[in-house]
Design a protein around this ligand. Sequence first.
Ligand SMILES: NC(=O)c1ccc[n+]([C@@H]2O[C@H](COP(=O)([O-])OP(=O)(O)OC[C@H]3O[C@@H](n4cnc5c(N)ncnc54)[C@H](O)[C@@H]3O)[C@@H](O)[C@H]2O)c1
Length: 352
Amino acid sequence: MKVLVTGHRGYIGSVMVPILLQAGHAVQGLDSGLYRRCAYAPGGVSAQVPAQEKDIRDVRPSDLTGFDAVIHLAALSNDPLSNLDPEVTYAINHKGAVRVATAAKAAGVTRFLFASSCSNYGLSGADLIDENGALNPVSAYGHSKVRAEHDIAALGDADFAPVFLRPATAYGLSPMLRFDIVLNNLVAWAVTQNVIHMKSDGTPWRPIVHIRDISSAFLAALEAPSERVHNQAFNVGQTEHNYQIRQIAEVVAATVPGCRLEYADDAGPDPRSYRVDFSKIARVLPAFRPQWDVVAGAKELFEAYTGSGLTLSDFEGPRYQRISHIRQLLETETIDSSLRWPEAVLPARASA
Ligand SMILES: NC(=O)c1ccc[n+]([C@@H]2O[C@H](COP(=O)([O-])OP(=O)(O)OC[C@H]3O[C@@H](n4cnc5c(N)ncnc54)[C@H](O)[C@@H]3O)[C@@H](O)[C@H]2O)c1
């Protein structure tokens, strides 16, 4: 299949693209390159594929002509970042996503895989929640994903099959590693500071999933018969991989020798707590066979970080934290307040 991946230069995209290529698909990318300065060398080198350097808010049907499928990953991808400017978040994560889906449909693309999120469930407590459960997002990020799903579903018809993949919180090594997600962050604290630094009281429930397993879920949804996936949502993860954050911390403590567990002074319960039922994807998409668990993931990160020269200011600062990086780009006026690059840096916008 000829597949366009938006957000292909991000944390998940840079791991997903080689997996799609390996499966025999012809892959191209589209990304504005918000994190072009954030490559993490110990995570490997991103695959080079033909790509449009473009903002999704400018996408037109002509950009998507000739593709069989679009995998839409491009977004502002976490809760704190989305709260920086909720209006910009909605413009990219909601309206921008709907724009890409509408353009894809107009261009004759037949399958549209949307990277949604288990954050849609927000405040749902300790009972397992499946795809039919109530959506209670607690951030602009969660709301933007719920709104995008709603509007993109309305585009579905006999010729256009939207699919909504809702991954758990990701972890794992990537050439565009993010240090703002729980396992990646805790292992970095443990390796560099000999401390596992908890930002909440450790009680919230959070399912986690490796980015290679997320990629394999997208591949399974890409290749499945349309009638199995048409306009359906799939939680992406494994039901036995719902953890309380402190359990994740205990795995890190067992992986990294000589570190201690520490709670932030203002640590309180994190409002985002949900336990997710992942049985549907296992049942409906048997080609999705997840390979990773938190123990293997912590070991992978421990080995990559050890001896790499990683510092606290790198992984808690603008170099590798999405929100700090964006703040720095704004403060230095490298991008404007709508998170756009100047025309000279992003010429595709001028020609759109
Ligand atoms: N990482 C997770 O834990 C997780 C969990 C569930 C869902 N998701 C979803 O998966 C997708 C990918 O997440 P990620 O962790 O790789 O995020 P990321 O921040 O690493 O990558 C996002 C990519 O999108 C691009 N992008 C952002 N705004 C853009 C715009 N306006 N135009 C064009 N490109 C733009 C960025 O340049 C970046 O390369 C997102 O939609 C995210 O919401 C992520």
